[in-house]
Design a binder for this molecule. Structure first.
Ligand code: ARG
Length: 465
């Protein structure tokens, strides 16, 4: 990056009697990070010039020179040959100056009826819209992987937990479908956010609109926006669309972080419920036996920065009077980092989830160990006429006996069980088995294998429809 410090270089040079302080120039510049908007900046400028020619502010020849010039600038940037200059502050002025150097006076006409204030708001929306579409694709890929895995594991029985204590048996497929539901809601939030991102601020100019006879609907159409914004002051100042994206991102990361926490627990020797393939893990430089679940750990860790960026954006906005303030330059780094982080985490998960291998026998043993069918025994007693509170008491005593004897309820004899209640008969063993327990929860949203398969089928249909 070059560092020419001359006041005449600046578009506002005419008003100033001394060059910008060298430190202030670096302090106020955004080109170091906003250069990644070059593609959307040039796309926006081409549409703007095209519109200016349509309404007669530029001639057809001037438009063509500008469009061709911008394409050359873009090619130069993509070839890595562009000389970014800190003294030109941001991506917008760097591109415009390069255009003018190339095509002369006509380049200076591009900025007619426009300000960097509406230009930058347009650039970020174009950028975010594209990134939302990429993120959406990755979310769908992850969700499809989860559905396939849930279907494969519809019959697999594991302990379901509350308070991280064994509660009731559930199917692994049902557990996975809980993650699916969260990600389906995240997708809805993302697509809803896209609606408000895809509105065009260009034409608001600095804050009040412009005196040129611009055709905003035409520019919006050229850029694929749904419509132009309604109010010029609001257009250049608010970043609520980025905050909305941040809310989506923070919730998605929170879900992925909880998912990660379970994967980390389940791969431990203590749980040993699943195996993650080696390609998603790393070893230890000192302990030869270690295989660490780095991918889920990192995803869990990265949640912190995304949550932090959401707070940055909210705080950035809260004290700003209308309309544009330089504070808004600070929106980019948090937004870019959220986009990069979410994309990386989703890619890792979409690649990893189909490769999760369950250890069904270990899950089964764990489900049996914690008296997970105790509620089923209470429900059995209620169905035989015992009041629920009494049934709870009876089963509590049976569990205490099992704890002392180190035996599950299903491993007791009929003789032993009937000591706690004489309504207990041989059919009790139908409900005390893990299979009986999960199969009995056979309603929409329940854990029965049949319900898991139906939930998967409904989700597939919804995704296609
Ligand atoms: N670099 C600025 C930003 O990111 C562009 C808009 C600057 N506008 C201004 N009047 N200084 O927000």
């Amino acid at each position: 990056m070059t560092d020419q410090n001359t006041s005449s270089e600046k578009p506002w040079g005419g008003r100033f009697s001394e060059p910008t302080d060298a430190f202030v120039e670096r302090f106020t510049a955004s080109v170091g990070f906003d250069q990644r908007l070059y593609h959307h900046d040039i796309t926006g400028s081409i549409a703007h010039a095209t519109m200016l020619a349509k309404v007669g502010v530029l001639t057809g020849d001037e438009r063509d020179q500008i469009v061709e010039g911008l394409k050359v600038v873009k090619a130069e940037i993509e070839a890595g040959e562009f000389q970014w200059s800190v003294s030109l502050e941001d991506v917008h002025m760097n591109v415009e100056k390069s255009l003018t150097d190339r095509i002369g006076i006509t380049g200076k006409k591009l900025h007619t009826g426009r300000s960097r204030n509406d230009q930058v708001a347009t650039d970020i929306r174009l950028y975010l819209r594209d990134e939302i579409d990429v993120i959406h694709e990755e979310l769908v890929r992850l969700r499809k992987g989860l559905l396939d895995l849930a279907e494969r594991e519809a019959e697999t029985i594991m302990p379901g937990f509350t308070h991280l204590q064994t509660a009731q048996p559930v199917t692994f497929g049902h557990h996975l479908m809980a993650w699916y539901e969260m990600l389906a809601r995240d997708t809805e939030r993302l697509l809803d956010c896209r609606k408000r991102v895809n509105i065009m601020p260009l034409g608001a100019a600095a804050l009040a609109g412009t005196t040129y006879p611009i055709d905003r609907a035409y520019t919006a159409e050229l850029l694929g926006f749904d419509r132009p914004t309604e109010n010029s002051l609001d257009s250049v100042s608010d970043r609520d669309f980025a905050i909305e994206f941040g809310s989506f991102a923070a919730l998605l990361m929170t879900h992925l972080s909880r998912f990660s926490e379970e994967l980390v627990l389940w791969t431990s020797a203590q749980f040993d419920f699943i195996d993650l393939p080696d390609r998603f893990c790393t070893g230890s430089s000192i302990m030869p036996q270690k295989k660490n679940p780095d991918v889920p750990e990192l995803v869990r860790g990265k949640t912190g920065r995304v949550n932090g960026h959401l707070i940055s954006l909210l705080t950035l906005m809260k004290g700003q009077p209308l309309a544009y303030n330089k504070d808004n330059q600070e929106d980019k780094e948090p937004l870019f980092d959220m986009v990069d982080t979410v994309k990386g985490c989703l890619k890792a998960y979409a690649d990893m989830v189909p490769a999760i291998e369950s250890k069904a026998e270990n899950m089964r043993v764990a489900a049996k160990r914690g008296f997970s069918t105790a509620t089923d025994l209470a429900d059995y007693l209620v169905k035989k006429g015992v009041a629920f509170r009494d049934a709870h008491e009876i089963v509590g005593k049976a569990v205490a006996f099992g704890v002392a004897e180190e035996r599950d309820l299903s491993d007791m004899t009929l003789d032993e069980l009937s000591r706690f209640s004489d309504v207990i008969k041989n059919d009790v063993f139908d409900v005390l088995t893990l299979e009986g327990s999960v199969q009995a929860r056979d309603h929409i949203g329940g854990t029965a294998p049949r319900q898991v398969r139906e939930a998967v089928a409904r989700a597939r249909a919804a995704m296609e429809g």
